[in-house]
Design a protein around this ligand. Structure first.
Ligand SMILES: *Cc1c(COP(=O)(O)O)cnc(C)c1O
Length: 384
């Protein structure tokens, strides 16, 4: 069995230390927004290279509170990608604003920055790029447009902790960055968790207040906030894991490079674009450091390929089968099938292969062998 993602190995490798820090929190008696949360905020701000970090309940809340902190609400438009997890547009909708989609770049799966300007209106307040699968968006173009039209940039970094664009960590390139610590994310805790990172004092102060019922001083509430606090146990776990994240992201890049080297010869498979042998990518002369939350290929006959992998005991997944402009929840936005052909094509053809830092070369080789076998079989003979 080769799972898509194995969370148990990582726990087993660090069980002693993880159990010790959790026991310490339990004995200390301070369970929510305490010393571990404060320390984690400082350590992550330092790791990513930004001024402030505010720990919250989830990545979804981080997006929601970041938009609230920027005073984005009813009547406002936020430009984003239709090829992402629903939490991205859920946050936009929850503050009462309207998501406006642009198609993706078919090579990177990220929003096509060159399509943004066409949909900017007088109601546009922000651009919300998602660094999908751990690959940074075209932040130079997005930053230029944000400057030209006076827009905020909210980066969804849920899949891209530690990814770099031109040497700078994603999340620190825009106005505010939103992180998720969902267990399967590159830096994951043992429950839900998230974080807002920013260099803006204003966003910091507002989101810090909003995460605990909209008040700076206990029992004084100036606006409606949320209960969106991170607890000490999750923060203590994340502090242990943060020490290893660089090494884990490096391992993901190594595995990605091995996959790409092995799969390059298959005409039926399209590997993640622009990868060099080192697993680092470069577009438009800007150095990128991807963190491969997923290693996602495109294949035709995806259902056959996936069934064959499953029969060989190999996990795989489709992120995401229905682009957001075609989801029932967004039917009111009025987008039709065909509106974003690249996103729709990706939704029909993408397939994510096993990817986690502890995946061995031997396991990656078995994944490649299984793919080679199914692709060598004529399509009409594939279903046994
Ligand atoms: C996981 C994810 C989120 C939401 O994070 P949670 O912590 O699960 O709320 C948002 N956006 C993207 C792209 C994600 O992958």
């Amino acid at each position: 069995m080769i799972p898509l993602c194995d969370l148990q190995i990582q726990y087993a490798n660090h069980a002693d230390e993880l159990q010790r820090v959790v026991a310490e929190v339990m004995a200390a008696g301070h369970y929510i927004l305490g010393p571990n949360v404060n320390a984690l905020e400082e350590e992550i701000a330092e790791y990513l290279g930004c001024k402030h970090a505010i720990a919250v309940n989830s990545g979804t809340d981080a997006l929601h509170l970041a938009l609230r902190a920027l005073n984005i609400g009813p009547g406002d438009e936020v430009i984003t990608t239709p090829f992402t997890f629903v939490a991205t547009t859920e946050a936009i909708g929850l503050v009462g604003a309207t998501p406006v989609f642009v198609d993706i770049d078919p090579h990177t799966y990220n929003m096509d920055a060159n399509a943004i300007e066409r949909v900017v209106t007088s109601n546009t307040k922000a651009i919300l790029p998602v660094h999908l699968y751990g690959q940074p968006c075209d932040m130079a173009t997005i930053g230029q447009l944000a400057d030209r039209y006076d827009l905020a940039v909210v980066e969804d970094c849920a899949q891209a902790f530690g990814a770099k664009y031109n040497g700078q960590s994603v999340g620190t390139l825009g106005t505010v960055g939103c992180l998720s610590f969902f267990p399967s994310k590159n830096l994951g805790c043992f429950g839900d968790g998230g974080m807002i990172v920013t260099n803006s004092d204003e966003v910091f102060e507002r989101s810090e207040m909003l995460r605990r019922h909209g008040g700076k001083i206990k029992y004084h509430h100036s606006e409606l906030g949320l209960n969106s606090r991170l607890d000490e146990i999750q923060a203590a776990i994340l502090r242990v894991k943060l020490k290893h994240i660089s090494e884990w992201n490096e391992a993901r890049r190594r595995i990605a490079a091995a996959y790409t080297a092995a799969l390059r010869g298959f005409p039926e498979i399209r590997c993640p674009s622009d990868l060099t042998e080192s697993g680092k990518a470069s577009t438009a002369d800007v150095p990128l450091e991807c963190v491969f939350h997923q290693y996602t290929v495109q294949v035709s006959q995806r259902a056959d390929v996936q069934e064959h992998l499953t029969r060989d005991g190999i996990g795989s997944a489709v992120y995401y089968p229905i682009p957001l402009h075609l989801q029932a929840v967004h039917a009111n936005l009025g987008y039709q099938k065909g509106a974003f052909p690249h996103a729709e094509f990706a939704a029909d053809h993408c397939l994510s292969l096993p990817m986690f830092p502890e995946l061995t070369n031997e396991q990656a080789g078995l994944v490649v062998d299984s793919l080679a076998q199914v692709l060598a079989t004529p399509a009409n003979q594939r279903i046994a």
